[in-house]
Design a protein around this ligand. Structure first.
Ligand code: CMX
Length: 437
């Protein structure tokens, strides 16, 4: 069976041809226009990036190489003994556009386990951080430090040809994905359980099996399966979201994948983006405390209005592109619906009931263009139920996941020879001049 690199060697040349043809035949074809509202509105709606692995439709949600989330859950290989698609299978799909065989997926798991250990200076660096330093800052710093051993940087210094950039980039990307669980689990242990012994990587486990084990949930197969689904689902959400775009932007300077992804993690750490999953749980638990045991739609509604009237956003609702409930939210809810223990959890019930009430309240409030839940509305409550109650850690799990899409783009940007990013900006005066002309 072919390895990931061998499969990529086959799929890259036709894509390079496709790009050549697009350039030759359509370089001047207009596919949209830019309005002043786009320029002052965070570039929303401007079609301005090439991103191969996934496309986000405002109504349908995300498709990975054309495949919907239910289709991916159906065909992407699970871990031995499991049911949910694994992040390795998703990574293979994102990178190659092909569904891996179970054997290929397991081969990739074995490669990741083999490369998963951290260099000892990174372990020491992470161990030296104060416990009070946010776990996302720790993750970003740890990832940046991994560039000490970057294969791309070494190859660039040796003067490798531009057409060969993608291969050492792939090497770095696989190493990065492999090391994220050890790094993320070490941060968890240092911050919350400093007396616990560190768990070594088990070469027979898949990436998430190891991550769950290192977090202390190795004997809870339901939690491990949830983490597999969570990490596979959050892997990619086309290119324009803040973390993915940051990784691509920094990578376009030919900074190595560790530096590019470290920067992406800093974008993910913002409360309007990945940090929202921490905020959702904090907000839902505060609601639970205030409402008490008798949860009704009316008292949830009242709490929602209080949040809105105090000038805060309702975390976990709204989206820059989506105009429907997020299918990632639906998939996580679906996971809960098949498990009676999760259905009985008061926190999960509260999250579900909030999702029944919030869209109407947000519509009445009249500001957000999308009153429906996004993935962050659902992702934390299951972690909480299974005992991972430290909300400040939640975005780190998102950070372990988002690497799948970011590294895919880094490899493809180099395989396709995409240039350094450099959009044009205007001052308000210059914009007014442009309008007058
Ligand atoms: N609660 C209250 N108000 C909201 C809102 C929410 N959940 N979502 C949007 N709005 C408001 C915006 O703040 C904005 O108000 P102003 O005009 O006063 O600035 C207005 O509605 C229009 O915003 P929009 O065009 O609908 O949304 P944006 O594309 O600007 O922002 C997002 C998208 C996700 C940042 C926003 O919906 C939000 O802040 N949601 C809450 C935080 C959250 O869940 N983020 C996670 C998103 C998913 C992810 O990246 O992980």
């Amino acid at each position: 069976t072919k390895t990931l690199e061998e499969t990529l060697r086959e799929v890259i040349p036709p894509k390079q041809e496709q790009l050549k043809k697009l350039k030759a035949e359509h370089a001047q074809t207009v596919v949209g226009d830019v309005k002043v509202e786009n320029i002052i509105g965070g570039m929303r709606g401007i079609k301005a990036m090439l991103w191969e692995a996934s496309v986000l439709d405002p109504i349908e949600g995300i498709r990975f190489h054309g495949m919907s989330i239910p289709e991916c859950r159906e065909v992407l290989p699970p871990a031995p003994g499991g049911k949910e698609m694994t992040p390795e299978s998703m990574l293979w799909l994102l990178m190659t556009g092909k569904v891996p065989t179970p054997q290929q997926s397991q081969q990739l798991s074995a490669e990741l386990a083999e490369k998963g250990e951290l260099p000892s200076f990174v372990e020491k660096l992470v161990d030296s951080f104060p416990k009070t330093l946010h776990p996302m800052t720790q993750l970003s710093m740890g990832v940046a430090a991994l560039n000490h051993d970057s294969a791309f940087q070494a190859a660039y210094e040796r003067g490798v040809k531009k057409t060969e950039y993608w291969a050492p980039t792939l090497e770095d990307c696989i190493n990065l994905v492999a090391k994220l669980p050890s790094l993320a689990a070490r941060i968890y242990r240092n911050v919350y359980y400093p007396d616990r012994p560190l768990v070594p990587i088990d070469r027979n486990l898949d990436l998430t099996g190891n991550y769950s084990n290192m977090l202390g949930f190795g004997n809870n197969e339901n939690m491990t399966e949830y983490l597999r689904l969570y990490i596979a689902l959050h892997g990619d959400h086309e290119g324009g979201n803040a973390s993915a775009h940051t990784s691509h932007l920094v990578g376009s300077t030919l900074a190595d994948p560790y530096l590019a992804y470290s920067a992406a993690l800093n974008a993910l750490a913002g409360p309007l983006h990945g940090l929202a999953n921490q905020e959702v749980l904090r907000w839902q638990i505060a609601m639970q405390k205030e409402i008490g045991d008798t949860i009704t739609h009316d008292n949830i509604k009242e709490y929602l209005w209080r949040t809105l009237k105090s000038g805060r956003v309702v975390p976990g609702y709204g989206h820059g592109v989506l105009r429907n409930p997020d299918p990632r939210f639906v998939a996580l809810q679906d996971f809960c619906k098949t498990r009676p223990d999760l259905q009985a959890s008061p926190t999960i019930q509260l999250v579900q009931q909030t999702a029944e009430v919030a869209p109407e309240v947000l519509k009445e409030h009249g500001k957000t263009k999308n009153p429906y839940p996004n993935v962050d509305a659902a992702s934390g409550c299951v972690l909480y139920h299974y005992g991972l109650t430290e909300f400040k850690y939640y975005t780190v799990i998102f950070g372990v996941s988002r690497a799948l899409g970011a590294v895919t783009q880094l490899v493809w940007a180099r395989a396709l020879g995409l240039p350094i990013e450099r959009p044009k900006s205007y001052s308000m005066d210059a914009l007014e001049k442009l309008i007058k002309n």
